[in-house]
Design a binder for this molecule. Sequence first.
Ligand SMILES: NC(=O)c1ccc[n+]([C@@H]2O[C@H](COP(=O)([O-])OP(=O)(O)OC[C@H]3O[C@@H](n4cnc5c(N)ncnc54)[C@H](O)[C@@H]3O)[C@@H](O)[C@H]2O)c1
Length: 461
Amino acid sequence: MPTSINRRNFIKASALTGAALSLHDPIKAFASPKKEKIRIGIIGSGFRSQEHIGNFCQRPDVEVVALADPQQRSINEAIAEIKKYNRPEPAIYKNGDYDYKNLLKRDDIDAVVICSPWEWHSIQAIDAMNAGKAVGVEVCGAIKLQECWDVVNTSEKTKMPLMMMENVCYRRDIMSVMNMVRKGMFGELLHVQGGYEHDLRGVLFNDGVTAYDSGVEFGKHAYSEAQWRTNHYVNRNGELYPTHGLGPVAVMLDVNKGNLLTRLSSVATKSKGLHRYIVNHPKGGPNHPNAKVNFKQGDIVTTQLQTANGETIVLTHDTSSPRPYNLGFRVQGTNGIWIDNHAGELNAGLIHFEDKSKHHSWENTEAYMKEHDHPLWKKYGKDAEGAGHGGMDFFVDHAFIECLKRGVEFPMDVYDYATWYSITPLSEKSIAESGQVQHIPDFTRGKWKNRKQNFALNDDY
Ligand SMILES: NC(=O)c1ccc[n+]([C@@H]2O[C@H](COP(=O)([O-])OP(=O)(O)OC[C@H]3O[C@@H](n4cnc5c(N)ncnc54)[C@H](O)[C@@H]3O)[C@@H](O)[C@H]2O)c1
């Protein structure tokens, strides 16, 4: 869910030009030609897009050219966001669910950012690549496994790049830990955990007017995510939102770049929390029509994954219970362990290194996080202040734009999209088969063995 927006000041132009093209070896599968300015089309102009729009409008090297969204309210809010920065009004495509195809016909758009409901992501990404646009796609999981292959095949066929816009990979504490992993401080990684452990009950239902904590409606009587997200909880039972938890640890494990996810198994608890929320809500009650809805989604879904290099991963999806936000990260290596507690505050975790810490004792994370702060945060931390989700949204948009300008490969690309998105349908199948192990396809078709890590190797992007 979006956080409140307290926009940072205009980014210094010098910070935007960045350093000279970095010397690391980009993967060179699909990348765009170099460009000075990036012209963006937005597909889905709801809350999330408005965070991206705010970031884009603060960059002199980005123009938001067009918006496509069938809802007037979302269009109005997105235009208001653009106007805050005295930027020209974009062209609008609002005539129904497929008007985004007309946006894609424009020849003055380099890239689109897809912020629509989950069921549209792969469809619109495929259409955009076929129309010759680079693509950034917001987070979630696939509806069907086949769509993951369809997205990969389209990117390979059209040579158009796709970025998986996973902002949590840029959280400050996570980047510090990644830095420590890369310095070898944890030894060899053995086991990692992550998840989406966020009480979303006040997001999944509202009164149709105010987005959060305002009622028990969903679907056509609701507003924003409750219009579409909640239906997934009615009809599905799986790891519905894998990328916030998986993305950061997959980057640490070099998944698709020397490593591979191979198998998973998922289990789900019974479904209680959403019904209980409706019954106990002052605007709900046992006689409210939504109290009769059977939510198929288990309250807590636990997924175990294995990698080709011998590590294990546990993901947790827990969004229907009373619980303070914590994505539950854990990184265990042969020489140390980190446990995240709360929402990325530098001092909110626990850490232990066998060669540094007192025997069997936890240390607070703050000193380590500061000492090993990632070069990107050191360089752009001030610019990121006020951007969404504690600043990490600045970095995901920065990476998207910088890669497009420099004509280099995205740090989280179409293979990461397919792999991370595939967890959702595979977990649904596993749960339906009582936890049966599912094979995770190698969407790189063997290229993972030679692909090199290119996520945040320095302070460029
Ligand atoms: N990375 C993050 O931290 C984060 C945070 C919140 C949401 N998200 C993701 O962003 C995406 C959007 O979420 P949101 O909170 O903005 O939801 P939202 O409901 O506020 O916005 C979605 C918009 O898409 C529009 N839409 C529906 N069908 C469309 C179509 N066919 N073409 C174009 N637009 C269409 C809707 O009218 C709505 O305005 C979701 O994938 C969500 O999971 C990510």
